[in-house]
Design a protein around this ligand. Structure first.
Ligand SMILES: C[S@@+](CC[C@H](N)C(=O)[O-])C[C@H]1O[C@@H](n2cnc3c(N)ncnc32)[C@H](O)[C@@H]1O
Length: 194
């Protein structure tokens, strides 16, 4: 009984610390960094991204996830497509949780890097077969100067403001809420023709 109480108390303490740190990071994203905080993609989005990559770009071997959060999407892509995935995340606690999750799920094909995604892309001198971003309105547009770093860019739910997607896949189920607005689940696929 005593052991049970000790374990239960430790579990509750860890949970509380987790929520406090997560809230602090959330506030930092919203007020200091002015970026979308971590919100995990749901199963509908992950399945759709994996399906589109596997069916349209079966030869993609080198994939990048921009703003990878806890890495659920990156691991799903690596597991289901067999590609290597570079996952970019700039928030320290979110990155730490992602690394722990990568370790415990034996995600050997996922390389999670703590960095500002835009700085990383600026310095990266290769080309990714596919890049995936779930970054929210306005922020997706910051990817425009780096379009030559991807053969294909898949944006989740929010297109570039000037549109121009080669394919739009309407998932007809679910949405993401950014502030007061709901964005129905859609994939906006841009192919780099250069
Ligand atoms: C909406 S979440 C997406 C999480 C993940 N892609 C998924 O599908 O579950 C956006 C993530 O992007 C990260 N992020 C935002 N701006 C970033 C930047 N400039 N560099 C790296 N990560 C960034 C946030 O910290 C957050 O974890």
């Amino acid at each position: 009984m005593k052991i049970f109480l000790v374990c239960f108390t430790v579990f509750i303490a860890v949970l509380e610390i987790y929520w406090i740190v997560r809230c602090m990071e959330y506030a930092r994203c919203a007020y200091q960094k002015k970026q979308v905080p971590f919100v995990a993609s749901d199963r509908t989005l992950r399945r759709a991204v994996v399906r589109e990559i596997a069916s349209r770009y079966p030869n993609a071997k080198n994939i990048c996830e921009i703003g990878s959060g806890y890495g659920g999407m990156a691991r799903a892509i690596a597991r289901r497509t067999g590609a290597n995935v570079v996952a970019l995340e700039n928030m320290p606690f979110t990155y730490f949780v992602a690394r722990v999750a990568d370790f415990f799920t034996f995600a050997r094909r996922v390389k999670t890097i703590k960095c500002d995604a835009f700085e990383f892309l600026g310095e990266y001198d290769g080309v990714f077969d596919v890049a995936v971003a779930y970054m929210g309105p306005g922020i997706n547009d910051k990817l425009k100067p780096y379009m030559d770093k991807f053969r294909v860019l898949i944006l989740l739910d929010v297109s570039l403001t000037d549109g121009g997607a080669d394919y739009v896949v309407d998932l007809k189920h679910g949405f993401t809420r950014y502030g007061p607005l709901k964005y129905p689940h859609k994939l906006f696929i841009y192919e780099n023709k250069k």
